[in-house]
Ligand binder design. Sequence first.
Ligand code: SAM
Ligand code: GLN
Length: 285
Amino acid sequence: MPTYRQCLKQAQKQMQNAGLSEQSATLLMLELANMDSQNLYMDYEKEMPSELEESFNEAFPRLLSGEPLQHILGFEWFYGYRFKVNEDVLIPRPETEELVANILAAYDEHFADKENVMVCDIGTGSGAIAISLKKEEPKLNVMATDISERALAVAGENAKINEAQVAFCCGDMVEPLIERQLHFDILISNPPYIPNDEELEHSVKDFEPHVALFGGDDGLKFYRIIFERSKLILNEKSMLAFEIGYNQKEALMAEAAKYFPDSKIEVLKDMNGKNRMLFIYNHCD
Ligand code: SAM
Ligand code: GLN
């Protein structure tokens, strides 16, 4: 039997040669061994149990082929909650956790005094945003939509796993909410925003759903649709919160100002200093 060190060193070398992150080999090992890194380093020179060697050898080729670690493990953590993920949903990203944190702060500032605050998450994917918000602020009434039935099936499971009450409905952007004649205080979306012709890395392009990624020729198609159609479902005092591409600030601020000429519009940066979130406040002062 190889020791943990021998097995990991070899795996890390193979990952490095393939131009992939060495760290994901360690993360895979930790997860399969059900260890934290401190335990792993304490046992570093010990022989691995044979079942662990087998399960690592079975899973590792997938990692080496560029498949995301989250697909191999079947989950990702988001805002401290565990979310099932598969090829039908976008793997929730750390940048999107910052969107959730900023929405909660804006809620506290502008809506905390209101009863029955209504929130919708458009293009919910795994349900990460909608479910985390409901967990963090159980008073909120949260609805979430997606055009993909398969994504909604995963989101529904995630709501169950996390014991969060979120209502899901299938349809094109805000249309199912217009049909139901609902009205909202807070509209959130992390829509697909990658321009159609942009090159993506292999682990994203070949493993994540394209319906979750591409947003038309300039990547802004879904923002325009939401800006225009959301008028029909927003209360007079309301807030819109979006994740955006790091290079879309100017174009989106100009676009938003056309649809919301009297509203406060701001863009916030993520922890990497990139423009990442767009907030629009209607009558919020
Ligand atoms: N909200 C999730 C998150 O932040 O991790 C997923 C975001 S993913 C970038 C965009 C989502 O929008 C995908 O789940 C995709 O299925 C959905 N979507 C794409 N086109 C749509 C449409 N026309 N109407 C509703 N949802 C759509
Ligand atoms: N952040 C995702 C990526 O880098 C894109 C998410 C989106 O289009 N909203 O692949």
